[in-house]
Design a protein. Sequence first.
Length: 488
Amino acid sequence: MNKFSKLGLSEELTEYLTELGINEPTPIQEQAIPIVFEGKDLIGQAQTGTGKTFAFLFPILEKINLELTHTQALVVAPTRELAIQITAEARRIVSEDFGVLAVYGGQDVEQQARKLKGGAHLIIATPGRLLDHLRRGTINLSKIDFLVLDEADQMLHIGFLHEVEDIINQTPSSRQTLLFSATMPEQIQSLAKRYMKKPEIIRIKAKRITLDEIEQVVYETTDRGKFNALLKQLNETEPFLAIIFCRTKRRANKLNEQLKGKGLLSEELHGDLTQGKREKVMKLFREAKIQYLVATDVAARGIDVEGVTHVFNYDIPMDTESYVHRIGRTGRAGETGIAITFITQKDFHEMRSIEKELNLQIKHINLVEKDDSKQRSERMNREDNRAPRTAKRPGRESKSRTNESQKKRNEESKQPGNRTRNESKRGRNEQSSDQTRSRATDSKRKKDVTSKKQSFSKASNSKQDRTSQQRDQRNGRSNKAKSNRAPR
């Protein structure tokens, strides 16, 4: 017996679900479907992959009146991919006369307008394109009975919250509002208080990710070493198909170009691509014509591709919900998968918070220490194998080498008969100095001799002068005496 019958679904829908193999409701479906049938507003806090899409689709599709042609239900989704996925799920379980239309950017707006004229009971839309049609007057929300805001926290992250409020203001106050979000930031809580009427709140705990389903590894690296670490893991793990997650469009674009530069089959998926380009990329990935899909969190919402064996978190996710969503792209349908996360020092706290919230102890491998050890070993080998220099450039030799050379010269100088050029030069300098001192001494001696000769000469002359004077004086006295002597 199909257990959905106990939740109020019609026998016709229950039988069809049985044919599809959908027999047992998930926790979010089991709790939400009865509340929606009762006409109450609802806040469902649940992660991706819990079955929340069917939790709002089943009761809404049951309550839509096909005899009325106007739009009765609106689902607002943050991304084109999610809008396409919800539309595909709805079309699986409705008849051909049920009008379901997806409205999102990247498609011809005039073509969408023509389809809207044909009538649509249920519209699944992204905020930007929906507002475009509201301004054109090609969509009328004045009579809708159901408004679903799916993944509201993602719309907040993208910056669509103001657009969402503009859309809500185009709907009647009598509507039934269903809000689904993995997390409940203050802005989302404030939005719920302003636009919802005493909502019932359902909280579904995150499913515990086990190592039996997905092998998880964290590599601790640096910003500079992250790309080489990724290349090494791609080479060693050899994924069949892999999704590589980046936080921003710019990072995704740069990484994709780097991978292509290495000859890898890679494409990028983010919000800046046209819808045609996005669909082309996804087609190539599903058909395994490319091996690596470099994606942002928002663009990858709702991606379900068979054969994804590896998920690489090139940038750490913003929160636990994003981490669960990312690694949940692998290990599906009973298969195992590998999830590898690269973190730098600034990411340690966020990674530990994710592990704590999921009650996991993920294996960490420190690539920084390994790289440092390898570099030290290579440096030592280079120094050991370095050939001795034959010529030395002045001023370029290290202090230690200078000291070693000086020490060596000193030791050599102690050995008999072992004179160096410097010693010879020093000897010549000493000899020259001795010669200079000798010449100076000789010169001084000559000067002294000359000076003494001059002194002796002066002294001799002076003595001669005194002798001559004395002789003259004696002669004078003698002559005087003779003149005074009486004649005989």
